[in-house]
Design a protein around this ligand. Structure first.
Ligand SMILES: *[C@@H]1O[C@H](CO)[C@@H](O)[C@H](O)[C@H]1NC(C)=O
Ligand SMILES: *[C@@H]1O[C@H](CO)[C@@H](O)[C@H](O)[C@H]1NC(C)=O
Ligand SMILES: *[C@@H]1O[C@H](CO)[C@@H](O)[C@H](O)[C@H]1NC(C)=O
Ligand SMILES: *[C@@H]1O[C@H](CO)[C@@H](O)[C@H](O)[C@H]1NC(C)=O
Ligand SMILES: *[C@@H]1O[C@H](CO)[C@@H](O)[C@H](O)[C@H]1NC(C)=O
Ligand SMILES: *[C@@H]1O[C@H](CO)[C@@H](O)[C@H](O)[C@H]1NC(C)=O
Length: 346
């Protein structure tokens, strides 16, 4: 009886063990997701490109600190995309998801990744970014969104980046997104050190943004390959460029407009080129000169018209005076050419 009881218990114990192993190969130490390469020592899981694959791997080991997944066809990052059966990947510090054709980032997509330091979403086609997309990552320091934002997500981007949870953000990469302005409502909510805006569609940076930049002294901004419009609207930006050393690639900024200044370095412009006062004054003075000339013309014509009788008389007088003069000359000429008189004079 006692032996039987023991046997029964141990059997059940074994069964439980088998069951657990069957259900959760994930949590066993050596498990690695299909078509990924795992390096337990460095905590790295590197998943191979596969354009056919439309799902995220569901069995990422708990010890993962770096997950690299690229070249797949993942259209949506749903809520808690990296939380599996309530288990959180607490070790995850680096999540690299470039070139995955991601179009939609739903609210709380990165839920549970409370230790994440770096999130790379570059080279995707983000059409929808929830305002709460980046919630739940209080330690995020680097966010890469270069070559990833579609025009339809432009407005949403500002809201998504306004998240309180991004307050430790040090580096924000936004290159190649056809941005026309800095998509950040304010700069003082982050700890930004680097803001990369290379290869966008920025023509100028307005006074408000310049003031914000002056206030955040430690921010370094990268702005080359933008089509700057080198007219007087660039004034505040021009002085910021000259005066602060916040733009790291200042020497490489080129004018794209107006035509005669195309390709000219923004930094090498003269202050007159961006002086709105000067430009306005010049325009005003030309208009003024025109008006004065027109007035003089009108007055002249009026005088002529009102005096047409007098003018006729005056002209006649002149003609007569001329004739008299001519006669006098004629007389003198005849006298001068008289040889007899010439001999007398000698
Ligand atoms: C996680 O849950 C899914 C269903 O939601 C289930 O199919 C899967 O076996 C579970 N995995 C583990 C490791 O518990
Ligand atoms: C990616 O997957 C979607 C369905 O989720 C499909 O419509 C699309 O054709 C796929 N793209 C590629 C390049 O395989
Ligand atoms: C996007 O940003 C990351 C992080 O700086 C960088 O490694 C990568 O080269 C960038 N891609 C392009 C095309 O600039
Ligand atoms: C700038 O971005 C466009 C796409 O927005 C890309 O086609 C081009 O190659 C980029 N240029 C450089 C120099 O990276
Ligand atoms: C930058 O300028 C844009 C457009 O004028 C504005 O919406 C945004 O709030 C400004 N951001 C900062 C930080 O000044
Ligand atoms: C240049 O910078 C100095 C101090 O950084 C500041 O006092 C001055 O107003 C700035 N000049 C312009 C034209 O912005």
């Amino acid at each position: 009886m006692w032996i039987l009881h023991y046997f029964y218990h141990s059997k059940r114990h074994q069964w439980c063990l088998y069951f657990a192993l069957l259900l959760s190969p994930v949590w066993s130490d050596d498990a690695c997701p299909l078509s990924c390469v795992c390096a337990r020592d460095s905590g790295t899981v590197n998943c191979l490109p596969d354009p056919e694959e439309t799902e995220l791997p569901a069995d990422i080991p708990e010890w993962t600190s770096t997950l690299i997944l690229k070249g797949r066809n993942i259209s949506t990052l749903p809520r808690g995309a990296f939380t599996f059966n309530g288990t959180e990947l607490l070790m995850m510090a680096t999540l690299s998801l470039p070139f995955n054709g991601i179009q939609v980032v739903e609210p709380y997509a990165f839920l549970g990744l409370t230790r994440l330091h770096l999130l790379d979403l570059s080279h995707n086609q983000l059409r929808f970014i929830s305002a709460r997309a980046f919630h739940g990552m209080p330690e995020l320091r680097s966010l890469y969104l270069n070559y990833s934002i579609m025009p339809s997500a432009m407005a949403q981007l500002s809201y998504a980046l306004n998240a309180e949870s991004l307050r430790n953000l040090h580096r924000l990469e936004l290159a190649g997104n056809r941005l026309k302005f800095i998509p950040l409502e304010r700069l003082d909510i982050y700890s930004l050190h680097a803001l990369v805006l290379i290869n966008n569609s920025i023509e100028s940076i307005d006074k408000e943004n310049i003031t914000s930049l002056y206030q955040q002294r430690r921010v370094r901004v990268y702005l080359s390959l933008n089509p700057f419009r080198c007219s007087c609207e660039l004034e505040a930006f021009y002085y910021w460029l000259k005066n602060s050393s916040q733009c790291q690639d200042a020497g490489r900024l080129l004018c794209s407009e107006p035509e005669p200044k195309r390709g000219f370095p923004v930094e090498k412009l003269r202050s007159e080129d961006v002086d709105c006062m000067n430009e306005n004054l010049e325009a005003v003075s030309y208009v003024f000169l025109g008006i004065v000339l027109a007035l003089i013309g009108v007055v002249f014509l009026m005088v002529l018209y009102l005096n047409r009788g007098g003018i006729k008389r005056w002209l006649n007088n002149i003609r007569e005076a001329c004739r008299d003069q001519m006669e006098v000359y004629h007389y003198r000429y005849e006298q001068d050419s008289d040889p007899r008189l010439a001999n007398v004079a000698v």
